[in-house]
Design a protein around this ligand. Structure first.
Ligand SMILES: [Fe+2]
Ligand SMILES: [Fe+2]
Length: 298
């Protein structure tokens, strides 16, 4: 509600409304699969999913319980956490369980809108040049490092068996003719994700004001809680080890602090032009449900 009321433009307000409508639909779509194909236990699982309440922080994935309460978080989240979703859906699109595989394209089309909203929102922020690049970087570090975690543990036996049983493929499965490393699937896909993210951030740098530090994707080892780099201390930019005593200070420099958030909210509150206008785009609620072939990137 707070985000709806504080939308920077009417276009953004309608875009976030569409994102919420479509994410609800994704939940229903997964419940329909459970109910249609998994008998009584599927119904029980679907009921649990429909009764779980986001505002009570009952989401299953830790990263999904982190608050998104301002527009900087919203754009960064939709650009990078929804992009993780794109990766997961794409891998399930190759599923040998046909009803699951077939249902992915519809969600992928919608995710394309979510990611586009986030990516273009961040580009508009960079272009406006009001929020300093160092502050933007901290939000990139926060959400991209937690997206790395969403790919799951390393040496995962569930990823191994999901691949062997044909439930899930590698993200680039149709064009990848190399032998699969069953022991390291999650990290393989995680690295493809990082490459895509790094390319997108490089594009933001073209819109950066002169003299501002270049933006980058945080190192894959930074701020991880899942996988082989979990709970260790690495530099956000270089990936070099940071020693115990210096790390607390390092986190203050590379992750949003309470003071940074206050500064951000002040800027969003008082600066009228913290984000460039959205130009040439159609009303998100008028184009909802339209087919977007570009989202199906087989
Ligand atoms: Fe979704
Ligand atoms: Fe989404």
């Amino acid at each position: 509600r707070n985000l709806l009321e504080n939308a920077p433009t009417d276009w953004d307000r309608r875009a976030i409304a569409r994102v919420m409508i479509e994410e609800m639909r994704h939940g229903w779509q997964m419940c329909a699969l459970l109910v249609d194909h998994f008998g009584y236990s599927g119904k029980v699982e679907a009921q649990k999913m429909l009764e779980r309440r986001a505002f009570e922080n009952k989401r299953l994935h830790g990263a999904f319980n982190v608050e998104v309460d301002n527009w900087m978080d919203f754009f960064t989240y939709t650009d990078f956490v929804d992009r993780d979703e794109k990766f997961q859906l794409q891998m399930l699109k190759y599923s040998a369980f046909a009803p699951l595989g077939r249902s992915m394209s519809y969600m992928l089309r919608e995710e394309a809108f979510h990611m586009g909203t986030g990516n273009d929102g961040l580009r508009r922020i960079v272009e406006a040049g009001v929020i300093p690049a160092w502050l933007i970087q901290k939000y990139l570090n926060k959400w991209i490092s937690s997206s790395y975690d969403l790919f799951g543990t390393d040496h995962s036996s569930s990823a191994h068996w999901a691949y062997v049983w044909g439930i899930k493929g590698r993200y680039d499965e149709p064009k990848n003719d190399k032998a699969v490393d069953l022991d390291d699937l999650n990290d393989y896909n995680r690295n493809l994700y990082r490459d895509e993210v790094a390319g997108l951030i490089e594009r933001f740098n073209n819109s950066l004001k002169a003299g501002e530090p270049k933006l980058y994707a945080p190192d894959i080892k930074f701020n991880r809680f899942i996988g082989r780099w979990a709970n260790q201390k690495f530099h956000a930019k270089t990936g070099e080890p940071v020693d115990d005593r210096a790390y607390e200070e390092h986190l203050k420099q590379y992750m949003p602090t309470a003071a940074d958030k206050k500064l951000l909210l002040d800027i969003l509150d008082t600066e009228k032009k913290w984000i460039a206008e959205k130009t040439g785009a159609r009303d998100p609620l008028a184009s909802i449900g339209e087919v977007r072939k570009s989202a199906i990137n087989l």
